[in-house]
Design a protein around this ligand. Structure first.
Ligand SMILES: N[C@@H]1[C@@H](O)[C@H](O)[C@@H](COP(=O)(O)O)O[C@@H]1O
Length: 285
């Protein structure tokens, strides 16, 4: 795992998009096509802004899968993830993608999960762009998350912490209006992606970041499963990384790089002193 901490969320999102775009180009160059997963929410604003502007990606050869969606929410609702992805991503691409497999929250959940499962099973996902929730959820897999199910998509109950986050981010006028169920890509399906780009800004995510990247791998901190993935890059802003232990991050950097490699920055507490280029990086296995 590689964690990079940036001065602000704009820089973190930009760096995540640049790396994601590089991986997409690499897949296009080697296979002639690529398949990606895109997330929604405030954490993806800056990343998507930059991704749509990245040059030299033939989007007509890229298949896009949608990470999660509320059950029952019409596409016209301001909190609809389909609406979000259309407005912030799909409609802004210079070319339509090869396919855009959105999740229809108004379809019958079981058959919708089966429909999208049959589509994603035909693809190897090159890059999954994800965020994590204030409760450390990954997609809509709230704690305790199901780490074992083989189904690519699930219907899940949303916990109160997750629903409160959606309310506090301003997507809904009241908690009562935040749906109680959602469709989500499963943990196992996310983990099948060749690479995961995880973008997490804001102080309100600091505890979740610490639980996910310094804590035990546990269904109680669903995003902690990313510690087991061989190719995860995490992009934090300073405030999201503010609770990471300097000692742990230094150890992680030493663990990951060979003895011959110097850390990227000589600062003993890198996340508190980002480099002038805007980032410090730490890697772990
Ligand atoms: N279900 C969505 C995910 O698609 C998102 O990546 C994650 C982080 O949320 P946010 O970006 O709003 O902080 O949880 C949201 O609730």
């Amino acid at each position: 795992m590689e964690l990079s901490i940036f001065e602000d969320k704009r820089q973190a999102g930009t760096a995540a998009a640049v790396e994601g775009a590089r991986l997409i180009r690499e897949a296009l160059a080697s296979k002639g096509h690529a398949a990606i997963v895109v997330a929604t929410g405030a954490s993806q604003f800056d990343m998507l802004d930059r991704l749509v502007a990245e040059p030299e990606i033939d989007w007509s050869c890229v298949t896009v899968f949608h990470l999660d969606e509320y059950v029952g929410l019409p596409v016209t609702h301001p909190a609809s993830f389909r609406l979000y992805l259309w407005q912030r991503f799909i409609s802004r691409l210079p070319l339509p993608p090869a396919a855009y497999h959105f999740l229809d929250g108004q379809a019958a959940p079981k058959s919708e999960c089966a429909r999208v499962a049959s589509l994603i099973q035909q693809h190897r996902i090159d890059v999954a762009f994800v965020g994590i929730g204030e409760n450390s959820h990954l997609a809509f897999n709230d704690p305790p998350a199901d780490f074992d199910t083989e189904a690519p998509f699930l219907e899940v109950e949303l916990d109160e912490g997750c629903r409160l986050q959606q309310l506090n981010e301003g997507w809904f006028p009241s908690l009562a209006q935040v749906p109680r169920q959602a469709l989500t890509m499963s943990i196992r399906q996310i983990m099948k992606s060749d690479a995961v780009i995880c973008t997490v800004p804001d102080a309100r995510k600091a505890r979740a970041v610490r639980a996910a990247f310094e804590g035990e791998v546990s269904p109680d901190a669903p995003a902690s499963i990313l510690q087991k993935h061989p190719h995860v890059q995490v992009y934090l802003d300073r405030s999201a990384g503010s609770l990471l232990s300097p000692a742990t991050t230094v150890i992680r950097r030493r663990d990951s790089s060979s003895e011959a490699h110097e850390p990227h920055s000589p600062q003993p507490n890198p996340q508190l002193k980002p480099r002038s280029a805007g980032s410090t990086s730490m890697t772990s296995n």
